[in-house]
Design a protein around this ligand. Structure first.
Ligand code: ADP
Ligand code: MG
Length: 687
């Protein structure tokens, strides 16, 4: 168990809101009162003035100061949504979009989906005639540009959480800068929790404009305004562990129990990395709390990650009953996207799940990686909202001071750019390297992406979208490889099956997480397991679900997540509609799974791997980059180890693991992607 060492000097003062100093925190306060207590309220006039007089306004303010929920309402009250215009507010995360939209609808006393609405991929809770304030992911805003390149229906676009530097945020910023030149009446608000305002401001000043400013002719309207929302700070005391912890899940659980034993009331927020370690922690915590006896009975333990149902989300925000202590175990989402009231203690694992891409090996995966100092400060700040709080860092002070990086790297510099390139191409941006990026991606990644898109038949020799394939792939709101798989299934005559597979692949997992019940889960999987691999297994599950009459009982019995299956059905319906629009005729291949495997190959040939050694649990190498990879234990092909497989994605822990794997015949690779597989350097033949 980690021993916690107090360090007075490590305490950091955090800016926090100046409201809610009542000791209980949860007296009845009218919503209007709550709004007025938020720090941004004092800046209402200033914000409205700046937006009126400047093309771009940058608002920096501590998380929880009311930027996301209040600014769109201020704008609406000031008339920016009159005469049919709409105010947009983007978020990098889907869950945040849903949560803030429902909060704002509640504050305004309107039904969600009418005056206040939201759109995330595969879920549109907005009404083109009624919605005046619309929350959406930045990815969806990008999609909207395909139909309406100047985003004419919006009067103000607020790009929120800009400090996160998600790949879509960066693309959106680059494009909005272009749109602004054509639409001088459009207003932008860039909002951010940390102070990178100056570089953002410089980005919005083109070099020409800057020259004009430096000369005599001052044009303040073009220079972005910067507004910093100040709040009163509560001290957050930082504790570090003395020695590095080996297992951060276990350490987090021990720390929560320690806080619960020793510290006065107040909710606890724990930062872990993803659904798997969060579920593991919840299970451990529940067990240990039970065996610990009386003191732990007052714990309300809740997970917070994307993919939660509405009801689960509501629990997170509902006030903690008297005498109880809420423990929210969260991904990065609670770092700045969502503010939970009542948090007094933060436990920070020091890790988050991050995307990493290596253009040399052409491998992208999701890695549990150390966070930056900037993130660590944000996380700690969550504890100082109501009153002075405490943050327990599960890493040493020495590590924080000397090894943690200062800032994270923008996602665009650590991602595979296939989706990004095709979206820009579809928007008519041809010179992608010359595009005005807030942070430039590496030329190597760009070249890799162009190469894959060329092999997919999406781009031609001049790097222009091909017709019809390129335009069709761009039209489908899924990664280009899935889109290509769908188009190929049309030719192969298995679109009915492939659309089901695409729907399943676009959600996190259809299995019920079964920590501790691994054996039962494995047995359940065996009932559906197909020799061909996970994709075909999904088809068996889908069939079973339909035959059960979409029964939740059936799901429960088989360790399948009922909510996930309902979501699959919804997405499938939407994909069916998109397919019909593209002229794809739904057709089933009945039992001929070879066609299904070929369609998967047509989309995902770049992810092909060959078995190298049976030892060590079956070592594979990617055919293109000769990278060592292994089949993930959750796959039905784990230990089966077919000779040649294709994976959907990689996750990396101690090794690189392939998730969602299907066996293929290697000769199909040269058939579907001759260009990609004939320039082999390492493996001249793939048979
Ligand atoms: P910021 O964007 O500056 O981080 P927000 O506008 O998100 O701040 O939050 C302002 C306040 O609204 C916070 O006190 C937060 O707890 C509350 N809030 C936001 N979303 C919800 C929600 N879904 N349910 C309840 N309260 C919420
Ligand atoms: Mg916010």
């Amino acid at each position: 168990k980690p021993r916690l060492v107090e360090d007075e000097d490590g305490g950091v003062i955090f800016l926090s809101s100046s409201y809610s100093s009542s000791s209980s925190g949860y007296g009845y306060v009218s919503i209007e009162k709550q709004r007025q207590r938020l720090p941004v309220y004092k800046y209402r006039t200033a914000i409205l003035y700046l937006v009126e007089s400047h093309a771009t306004t940058i608002v920096v303010g501590e998380t929880g100061s009311g930027k996301t929920t209040q600014i769109p309402q201020f704008l609406k009250e000031a008339g920016w949504a009159d005469s049919g215009r709409v105010i947009a507010c983007t978020q990098p995360r889907r869950l945040a979009v849903q949560a803030v939209a429902s909060r704002v609808a509640e504050e305004m006393g309107v039904k969600l989906g009418e005056e206040v609405g939201y759109t995330i991929r595969f879920e549109d809770i907005s009404n083109p005639d009624l919605t005046r304030i619309k929350f959406l992911t930045d990815g969806v805003l990008l999609r909207e540009m395909m139909d309406d390149p100047l985003l004419t229906k919006y009067s103000v676009i607020m790009v929120d959480e800009a400090h996160e530097r998600s790949i879509s945020t960066d693309i959106v910023l680059g494009l909005l800068k272009k749109i602004q030149k054509r639409r001088p009446e459009l207003r932008l608000i860039i909002s951010s929790a940390t102070i990178e305002a100056k570089s953002m401001s410089n980005f919005f000043l083109s070099s020409k404009r800057r020259q004009a400013l430096e000369g005599e002719e001052l044009r303040p309207r073009l220079e972005p305004a910067i507004l910093s929302v100040e709040g009163r700070g509560f001290n957050v005391q930082i504790h570090y562990v003395e020695d590095p912890v080996r297992d951060y899940v276990q350490a987090a659980v021990s720390t929560v129990l320690l806080i619960n034993d020793k510290e006065p009331p107040g909710d606890i927020l724990v930062f872990l990395t993803g659904q798997d370690d969060i579920d593991a922690a919840i299970k451990l915590l529940t067990e240990e709390a039970r065996s610990n006896g009386k003191n732990s009975s007052g714990l309300i333990i809740l997970p917070l990650y994307s993919g939660l149902t509405r009801a689960e989300q509501d629990l997170i925000f509902s006030p903690t009953p008297k005498g109880k202590r809420k423990v929210v175990i969260s991904t990065n989402i609670a770092e700045t996207s969502l503010t939970l009231e009542g948090i007094v203690y933060v436990v920070d694992s020091g890790f988050s799940k991050q995307r990493f891409y290596n253009p040399i090996s052409d491998i992208e995966n999701l890695v549990v990686a150390p966070i930056s100092k900037a993130s660590a400060r944000q996380r700690a700040g969550r504890a100082g909202r109501l009153r002075p709080g405490m943050c327990y860092r599960l890493y040493t002070e020495e590590y924080f001071l000397n090894e943690m990086s200062v800032q994270g790297i923008p996602e665009i510099q650590r991602s595979n750019l296939v989706s990004c390139v095709i979206q820009l191409k579809a928007l008519g941006i041809d010179n992608i390297l010359g595009f005005d990026w807030p942070a430039s991606p590496s030329p190597e990644s760009m070249i890799r992406a162009l190469e894959v898109l060329f092999s997919l038949g999406v781009l031609d020799d001049d790097a222009k979208l091909t017709s019809p394939v390129g335009f069709q792939v761009a039209e489908i709101p899924l990664e280009p490889m899935i889109a290509k798989m769908i188009l190929s299934s049309n030719e192969l005559g298995c679109s009915d099956e492939i659309i089901t597979i695409a729907a399943v692949l676009s959600i996190q997992s259809i299995w019920f997480s079964a920590r501790g019940a691994q054996k039962e889960l494995d047995e359940a999987k065996l009932r559906f397991a197909a020799a061909e691999g996970d994709h075909v297994t999904f088809l068996n599950i889908y069939k079973g679900f339909l035959q059960s009459g979409r029964s939740s009982k059936w799901c429960h019995k088989n360790f399948i997540n009922y909510h996930a299956m309902k979501k699959v059905m919804e997405i499938r319906e939407q994909l069916k509609r998109i397919a019909l629009r593209l002229g794809i005729v739904l057709k089933s291949c009945e039992t001929d799974m070879q066609l299904v495997r070929k369609a998967v190959t047509a989309g995902f040939f770049a992810n092909a791997c060959r078995l190298e050694a049976y030892s060590h649990g079956g070592m594979y190498k990617t055919i293109r980059g000769s990278q060592e990879v292994y089949i993930h234990p959750s796959s039905v092909l784990f230990r089966v180890n077919p000779k040649c497989v294709i994976y959907h994605s990689l996750v990396s822990t101690d090794r690189q693991y392939m998730r969602n794997v299907i066996s293929i015949d290697p000769s199909w690779l040269t058939e579907v992607a001759p260009h990609f597989y004939q320039q082999q350097r390492h493996n001249p033949t793939i048979h």
